[in-house]
Design a protein around this ligand. Sequence first.
Ligand code: ADP
Ligand code: MG
Length: 268
Amino acid sequence: MSPSKSTMLLEHHLKQLKLPTMLREYLSLAAACTSDRSDYPTYLLRLCERELLDREQRAAERRIKAARFPVLKTLDSFDFTAQPSINEALVRELMSGQYMDRKENVLLVGNSGTGKTHLATALAFAACAQGRRARFFTVSGLVTAMLEAREERQLERMLRALQRYDLLVLDELGYVPFSKAGAELLFEVVSRAYERQSLLVTTNLPFENWPEVCGSERLTGAMLDRLTHRVHILEANGESYRLRQSRRRLKRQVRTEPPGSDGPSEGK
Ligand code: ADP
Ligand code: MG
């Protein structure tokens, strides 16, 4: 077979076999292996390794996209010194993802702006990178989607789809109270997840106030029971990061005002 024909056929087969990295790199790697006198199996091995590595990366990117994070946040950009109330050691342990193997839950409790959503996203992002399936919801968004699915007779299908995730993030429990039907649907999610998948719930509400948003004492009790049977609790009770940042910005502004100025546009 002529070299050009074998190259053409090889490229066709690599495409058919869905090996895009091998296709892209087989020539350059062949040159590299010739110059360092690697044998054929080593060449093939290195080619396979590159394909596998790229494949893992593409899959992780797909999982991250499918998780639908509102904003992508990782632990690198989280400043623990700004929020000393958060148990950093526990966060770092949770980053390993083993709690998901044990189907344990995580509860992030704290005031607004203390980094709950940031940490929840960082943990779920780590899960995606580890090959786990995660999905981010706001509690109100999830409840609304379930109510809609029920109207369209798609609820069971949606619940089954939710069960395929290793981790469900339920962000912002407590900001919006929901209807009786909504509370029951949320209970259904928590109850199906129990001992089968992990839930990561963020809330600004202490436990005693949960009945106010969930409606009934009995339902809340049953939900808390399942949620907290195996749970890691992270508490953030410092001040709001956003508030702190804007206060600092304001201070800097005031400091750089020229002497004799009235300050930032007051009374103008
Ligand atoms: P919460 O969900 O508790 O209301 P967020 O996670 O939404 O708070 O945090 C509000 C904003 O402040 C986000 O942009 C977040 O990235 C940032 N933030 C909060 N805490 C920290 C922190 N300790 N280090 C870095 N950024 C933070
Ligand atoms: Mg939040």
